[in-house]
Design a protein around this ligand. Structure first.
Ligand code: ATP
Length: 305
């Protein structure tokens, strides 16, 4: 865990980052180092502090305390150098300009942009080059924002919920283009609500809750933090007291002859179920997924504020 903390020159290094809004501790002491080439998913429930963290990384919000370093420089400098490409939630697009003009305008602000046609191709919107901002669907606008993020040919891409408003097939295409980009060794940090996107596309998952990082590691590591299995079975006549007494059980539910238990040791629990309830049938054991880990690790956030 935190393997990247030891690298000498991190792509991103956040140290003791804090941002409070009155009573709300939007970001409450975040330390994070991302090594060049890593693809990191920033996960967390609504209000966890993801967007505030991203805004501070980009120099859009000034931290109350702590530091942000992007390839060893302050955010404003990294942005001016074209080292960061950002795709923000609902970033404004120009209604009267065409897609090609918009991406071209951003390209002209940078010293070494990639050709506009290439940015459009990478974002999968070559066919929209002449379309005006007002005529774009929500998902198409997202791709235009992606092209804008790419056109400076940045080493670090920061994406806040990039696939919001995209349908399933656009989402798949988006991640395909993203892969093509990360295969060239670029660093990516993306905030998302989609656990499957984190599982599928990130090398590393950083889980935030109430302004803090509560888990950081590979998908498998984060999943293991909330390790355990769920055992479900039809067990005629089982009572709550009997089920609660089964070995290994941490949580249980008994309803209409069906039991569902969370267990630390599913082998032992299963043996006990079969010994005590020979009529048990339709037995199913499932591993806790990233979703289970997410729910466990982000539970009780209201109590933390
Ligand atoms: N400008 C602001 N003024 C006051 N409070 C703010 C401001 N920006 C964010 N907050 C609060 O800070 C907390 C963290 O918000 P933030 O947008 O960073 O969370 P998030 O993890 O990105 O959430 P979401 O998944 O809903 O986008 C929330 O409680 C939010 O209401």
């Amino acid at each position: 865990m935190n393997g990247a903390q030891t690298t000498t020159r991190a792509a991103v290094r956040l140290t003791g980052l804090r941002k409070h809004y009155g009573e709300v501790r939007a970001v409450d002491g975040v330390d994070l180092a991302i090594a060049p080439g890593e693809v990191v998913a920033l996960l967390g429930p609504n209000g966890a502090g993801k967007s505030t963290t991203v805004d501070m990384m980009l120099g859009l919000t000034r931290p109350d305390s702590g530091e942000v370093s992007i390839f060893g420089a302050a955010p404003a400098e990294a942005v001016a150098r074209g080292a960061i490409g950002a795709m923000l939630q609902g970033a404004a697009l120009l209604d009267d300009a065409t897609v090609g003009e918009m991406v071209g305008m951003i390209a002209s602000l940078h010293r070494k942009p990639m050709p506009v046609a290439e940015a459009l191709r990478r974002a999968g919107i070559e066919d929209l080059a002449n379309r005006r901002g007002t005529k774009l669907s929500g998902g198409q606008k997202q791709r235009v924002r992606f092209a804008v993020a790419l056109v400076s040919d940045p080493d670090l891409l920061v994406l806040d919920e990039p696939t919001a408003a995209m349908d399933v097939s656009s989402r798949r295409d988006f991640w395909k283009s993203m892969h093509a980009y990360t295969d060239t060794g670029r660093t990516v940090l993306f905030a998302t609500h989609y656990l499957e996107e984190a599982e599928e596309f990130a090398d590393r998952v950083v889980l935030m809750r109430a302004g803090r990082i509560v888990a950081d590691g590979s998908v498998a590591e984060v999943r293991a933090l909330a390790s355990g299995r769920t055992l479900r079975a039809v067990v005629p006549g089982a009572t709550a007291v009997e089920v609660a007494a089964l070995p290994g059980v941490t949580e249980y539910e008994v309803r209409g002859g069906r039991i569902a238990v969370s267990t630390r040791d599913s082998d032992t629990t299963l043996r006990a179920v079969l010994a005590r309830f020979p009529d048990a049938h339709d037995i199913e054991i499932t591993a806790i997924g990233l979703e289970g880990a997410f729910l466990t690790l982000t539970a009780d956030e209201e109590n933390d504020r």
